[in-house]
Ligand binder design. Structure first.
Ligand SMILES: *Cc1c(COP(=O)(O)O)cnc(C)c1O
Length: 427
């Protein structure tokens, strides 16, 4: 898409009129007077997600326990069903994906399955600015194997606490590294990592590599088939709009189908033998063998509707709009806000930035509260980053334009000073 932006209200009007994805906006629940720029944290509810949840309720009401057998056992095999919808979004085969627990559970499952430390090769390589639950899981897994995380977890520090060059990860791939877990897109800085380059380097060194796609799935195009990592994990409630607490998903490369899962449970059994309820675990030799217990159908149902919208819109179209609308956002920030202490904290190259804008300001926290009070919902991450995400499916160019006006008013009138500096629990 062309990137010759214009200031003024005519430009966003024109862009909204020509937006091929514009009609998807009406499939989401938008609140009057609210501009939602937080789709990187929790995507909005859609009519489609609501419908699939209501269908699930109706089935439960009408069929009771027989719900599991409906429509050719669709709900007994619901993880597989959702995997089929998710497969094109991450470029994997359907049988390489399972829906389980949450992202943290999936990391525990993947590492406990694939981490086989030896005396010489026992370290897990991570970075120091990833979302911390990934680190907690890694530390926990090395402890379970009898190691001290101080020794067995090798941490690559970000330059100035912000960015990485892929070579930094590759240089850290020493002979003692057994497994690598890195995010594809950083939750704070929005940096996109060159997964191909890092994955190839890891494979050359015989190191198991997994990607956390939480901030990547639904935001950037991903082709796990060509990347060929050992595993990947992601959540479904951010850019996939699956709903608060909708389950996590896991990709297990075909080459590991025969490996016995680390966290074994009866929903990982072969379909034919699961209900024979034998004492011996007979594991299904694909990603669905990584399932653990009974799936939470009600919290999975919303994913079904939400994914259908994404499949109709197409990830390529979504990424194209996301890059364009965020570039427009940055254009307006530089033109109108740079003299008020605002800077753009994310990288500028299209191939190096994910779906959100990192707007930095020394008063970032109070400004983020003032924004929320004015109906603009973003969020704040220490020390000074306001994360703002115009999503491809439901943010209009006019909303971006209005957000800039509101930001300008907040700093010009210093209305953010009405807000306390003390942090709230969640925002
Ligand atoms: C959002 C996010 C998570 C969330 O973990 P849950 O277990 O789903 O709560 C984990 N890792 C990363 C990198 C994330 O962005």
């Amino acid at each position: 898409m062309e990137k010759h932006f214009e200031d003024g209200v005519e430009y966003p009007k024109k862009m909204d009129n020509n937006d091929k994805l514009g009609h998807f906006r009406h499939r989401f629940y938008l609140t009057k007077g609210v501009i939602n720029l937080c789709g990187n944290s929790l995507g909005l509810a859609s009519k489609d997600a609501e419908e699939s949840a209501m269908v699930m309720m109706e089935h439960w009401k009408e069929y009771g326990i027989r719900i599991w057998g409906l429509e050719g056992s669709k709900y007994y095999l619901y993880s597989e069903y959702l995997a089929g919808l998710m497969a094109p979004i991450v470029g994997a085969e359907k049988d390489e994906i399972a829906v389980i627990g949450n992202t943290t559970t999936t990391i525990h499952q993947a590492i406990s399955t694939l981490y086989k430390p030896t005396k010489e090769k026992y370290k897990i390589l991570v970075d120091d600015i990833n979302f911390p639950t990934d680190r907690y899981a890694v530390d926990g897994q090395v402890r379970l194997k009898g190691y001290d995380p101080k020794d067995a977890v090798k941490v690559v520090p970000a330059v100035d606490g912000k960015f990485f060059d892929e070579d930094m990860f590759i240089e850290a791939m020493t002979d003692d590294v057994a497994l690598i877990l890195l995010p594809a897109v950083y939750y704070r800085t929005a940096q996109v990592v060159d997964m191909k380059k890092v994955t190839e380097a890891a494979k050359k060194r015989n190191i198991i590599i997994g990607w956390d796609l939480c901030h990547a799935v639904g935001a950037i195009e991903i082709d796990l088939n060509s990347l060929d990592p050992d595993f990947a994990v992601w959540c479904t409630y951010k850019y996939l709009n699956g709903g608060p607490g909708s389950p996590g998903a896991i990709y297990c490369n075909k080459r590991h189908f025969k490996t016995l899962p680390g966290l074994t449970g009866w929903f990982g059994s072969k379909n034919e033998t699961q209900f024979l309820l034998r004492q011996e675990f007979d594991h299904k030799q694909d990603a669905s063998g990584w399932q653990i217990g009974t799936p939470g159908l009600l919290s999975m149902a919303t994913i079904e509707g939400a994914l259908k919208i994404i499949l109709q819109a197409g990830m390529g179209n979504m990424r194209k709009k996301s890059l364009h609308i965020t570039a427009y956002f940055m254009y307006l920030i530089e033109k109108k806000l740079s003299s008020y202490g605002f800077t753009i904290g994310n990288l500028r190259d299209d191939s190096k930035r994910g779906g959100h804008i990192c707007l930095e300001h020394d008063e970032g926290y109070r400004i983020s509260l003032a924004l929320i009070a004015r109906g603009v919902i973003g969020d704040f991450r220490d020390p000074n980053v306001i994360r703002l995400t115009p999503t491809a499916l439901y943010t209009s160019y006019m909303e971006v334009y209005q957000t800039i006006d509101i930001l300008l008013d907040i700093v010009k009138t210093e209305s953010y000073k009405e807000f306390q500096v003390r942090r709230n629990l969640v925002v």
